[in-house]
Design a protein around this ligand. Structure first.
Ligand code: FES
Ligand code: FE2
Length: 287
């Protein structure tokens, strides 16, 4: 998505600190509270992670281009789905206090702010309290309630999607530690060739890494099961016409030939194992 001078200028002079008092000058219309089976580390990581928006939340975002980012948060231009318009979005983070504020700086909904407080929940997991603020008071109470209901419904979907992402990321981090602490074989037997299901993606944990084994263009191929960017489930990634497998979390696209990412955004995939037929059985052998 194209960025122009006006997009960049829209953020000129804005502070990178959250102005909590701004809430007093805005019209509060309601909040959305939610328990999540995650932890604060994953939640804060998720707040900083602008790149996942169009991939994990396609119902809310069609595209995103970052304008600036840092320990303070990020600024971006986003396109809404169904050509519903564009937005200039700023998300400022108060990391020690697990608090972040999103402002629509320009485009659809300009002036809206969403303030989120995350906290540890009693008995495990976390809780988020998401407050919705409009630049001007709604026409009447009913309109305010309707808008709060609409935003709450959208945030419910966003957090359903984020909860799955955060759980997947925590599981992947745990699995990585587990993988490093085991001795894995150089080869594994997947069973008789004619029993393998071509609709399945098999997993091969070998001394050379964790791999997916799948049927593609009339043969069994292998590639890393885990994305080198942030450990996304590449085993569930779609393979495009261009012979690249796309990661479901941030859309990085890796060549099945040499493992490189299309735009060089992260390191290449490890060398994949070979699939060989030994007496009618499939063996996956580390290369
Ligand atoms: S985890 Fe980010 S692109 Fe795969
Ligand atoms: Fe998200």
């Amino acid at each position: 998505m194209e960025l122009n001078q006006a997009d960049l200028r829209a953020f000129d002079g804005r502070s990178t600190q959250i102005d909590r008092d701004a809430r007093n000058r805005l019209a509060y219309i309601g909040n959305y509270r939610r328990a999540l089976s995650s932890n604060l580390a994953r939640m804060m990581e998720n707040a900083y992670d602008w790149e996942h928006l169009p991939f994990v939340h396609p119902g809310s975002f069609a595209e995103i281009a970052v304008i600036d980012q840092g320990a303070w948060g990020w600024r971006s231009k986003t396109a809404l789905p169904n050509q519903a318009g564009e937005q200039l979005v700023e998300l400022l983070v108060d990391r020690p206090n697990h608090y972040w504020a999103t402002t629509i700086v320009g485009g659809v909904g300009a002036g809206v702010q969403i303030h989120t407080q995350a906290s540890e929940a009693v008995g495990g997991g976390i809780e988020v309290d998401v407050g919705f603020y409009l630049p001007d008071p709604p026409a009447d109470e009913a309109q305010g309630r309707a808008m709060a209901a609409m935003l709450s419904a959208q945030y419910k979907t966003l957090y359903d999607e984020d909860e799955a992402l955060m759980r997947g990321r925590q599981d992947a981090l745990d699995a990585k530690r587990d993988l490093a602490s085991h001795a894995w074989p150089d080869a594994i037997d997947l069973g008789p060739v004619d029993r393998l299901d071509r609709a399945e993606v098999y997993r091969a944990r070998l001394s050379s890494g964790d791999f997916a084994v799948r049927w593609h263009e009339n043969r069994w191929i292998t590639h890393a099961a885990v994305c080198p960017h942030m450990l996304g489930p590449l085993s569930a990634g779609e393979i495009g016409q261009d012979g690249r497998v796309a990661c479901p979390w941030h859309g990085y696209r890796f060549s099945l030939t040499d493992g490189t990412e299309q735009e060089g955004r992260c390191r290449a995939l490890p060398r994949p194992p070979r699939v060989i037929n030994v007496n009618g059985r499939h063996k996956v052998v580390a290369d």
